[in-house]
Structures are given as C-alpha cells and as structure tokens.
Design a protein around this ligand. Sequence first.
Ligand SMILES: [Zn+2]
Length: 124
Amino acid sequence: MHEFSISSEIVRTVLDTVKKNDGGKVLSIQLEIGELALLNVEQVTFWIQELFKGSVAEGAKVKVKAIRARIQCESCGYKGGISLDQKDPFKHLIPYSCPKCGSFGIKVEKGRECMLRRIQTVRE
Ligand SMILES: [Zn+2]
C-alpha cells in the first residue's frame, strides 16, 4: 500500500497544479524515483493511471526516470553508488552496507527520493 499512498499524493499534486495553472489536459508526467525509494515502479505507474481516470489527466503517460543511489561511508570515506540486487524481493529488509568495507554506517545522499519533475499539458 506504500505505492498507493505515494501515487495518490502525486495524482493530487498533478491535478492541483493543472487546476491552478488552468492547464488544460495532461499529456504526460515525469517522475524521478530513487533506487532506494523502496517503490515498485510498475505499481506506482499503475495506480497513478488508475487514479487519473475520470480527470483531466486520464490517459496521460507516466514516465519514470530512475535515480542512481549515492552513499557516503562513515567508516572508510567511500562515496558513490551501491550495487543492488533488483531480483531480491527482501532487499529492503536488509540494511545497506558500504561496498568497499562492508560497514553499515552509511549515509544515503541520493536515491530515496520520489519526485514529480514535469507535467506536460495541452489546451483543448
Ligand atoms: Zn566503507
């Protein structure tokens, strides 16, 4: 249900924005979702399209750009990406560790975000 609540929030933002700007019909939206956002992109897309039904955004394309994770290790100073096993459904249960020294004392600098980047509209 995590995906559902995020999706409803995005949908509300899109519809509010369009309404405020008197923007017509929504053609597409672009999202940026971090690797560590723990979101199933397919589900997010599905729910957004479901929630768009009956609104000015019905049928709009949902484009998703994946944002690579970036961490900083507090033990060895490593900065950079981490490798994620996308096929492991339990990956979110395991804390992320530093790829260099294995320490769990890491700070996530990037990769947890879920942002609405763009709304493309057309006037009818
Ligand atoms: Zn390290």
